[in-house]
Design a protein around this ligand. Structure first.
Ligand SMILES: Cc1cc2nc3c(=O)[nH]c(=O)nc-3n(C[C@H](O)[C@H](O)[C@H](O)COP(=O)(O)O)c2cc1C
Length: 195
């Protein structure tokens, strides 16, 4: 899929490059809305952008709470801080869930590609016992052969489709804050605001 690359995308790419020596630069917090209407946060790993698009790739397990939240309400926001360059990106948008029942062949193949790229340790987590169930002494973890190429059925690719981006740079006095909003004509509106 190809789309016009958003103006904030270059800045995010630059931040990723400048902060590449810090492994935690690839972690951000993902907020979803729970059934009771409260926001819920957790850290996740950035898995890159979907080719030639602004969509952010994340992975998770369909047994996780975030998956249930997103099934009921696809609204989400990520918050990403780059410590070296001292800048924050808050990216708001709807998330598409790509599971094995996805009808789009390209997206299914993207799900496979992401799975293939995972380390064995990362793949193994999808074979662990059900999250949030009471810990037992001998949990029934049945790790048969880990499928190297074919994603396990509980593996899910999340695609965050950004609608609004709030970029704050702490460097500078006063600091710089810029808001980008996706308009109906598919153009991004950039507004410099007070921090
Ligand atoms: C640094 C870090 C990276 C993480 N990356 C992921 C990830 O990419 N995907 C994921 O599902 N959980 C990841 N987790 C675990 C989540 O933060 C969370 O504990 C787990 O997914 C259960 O969340 P939920 O019950 O809200 O769905 C990560 C945790 C940490 C601390």
């Amino acid at each position: 899929m190809s789309e016009i690359l958003a103006p904030w995308r270059t800045l995010l790419q630059r931040a990723l490059h400048r902060n590449r020596s810090q492994i935690f630069s690839r972690y951000f917090s993902l907020a979803t809305i729970s059934e009771d209407g409260f926001p819920t946060n957790r850290m996740v790993v950035f898995r890159g952008f979907l080719d030639n698009s602004n969509q952010v790739k994340i992975i998770t397990d369909i047994r996780s709470e975030k998956f249930t939240h997103l099934t009921n309400n696809s609204s989400s926001e990520i918050c990403w801080y780059f410590a070296k360059t001292r800048e924050q990106f808050r990216i708001k948008g709807k998330i598409t869930l790509i599971t094995e029942i996805c009808q789009d062949k390209n997206l299914l193949s993207e799900r496979e590609k992401v799975w293939e790229k995972l380390s064995i340790n990362a793949k193994e987590q999808f074979y662990w016992a059900n999250p949030r169930e009471l810990l037992t002494e001998n949990p029934a973890i049945i790790i048969n052969e880990i499928e190297e190429k074919k994603p396990i059925s509980n593996f899910c690719l999340l695609l965050l489709n950004p609608q609004k981006v709030d970029h704050l740079e702490l460097k500078g006095n006063p600091q710089n804050r810029c808001i980008y909003e996706l308009m109906e004509n598919n153009q991004w509106l950039k507004t410099m605001v007070n921090p």
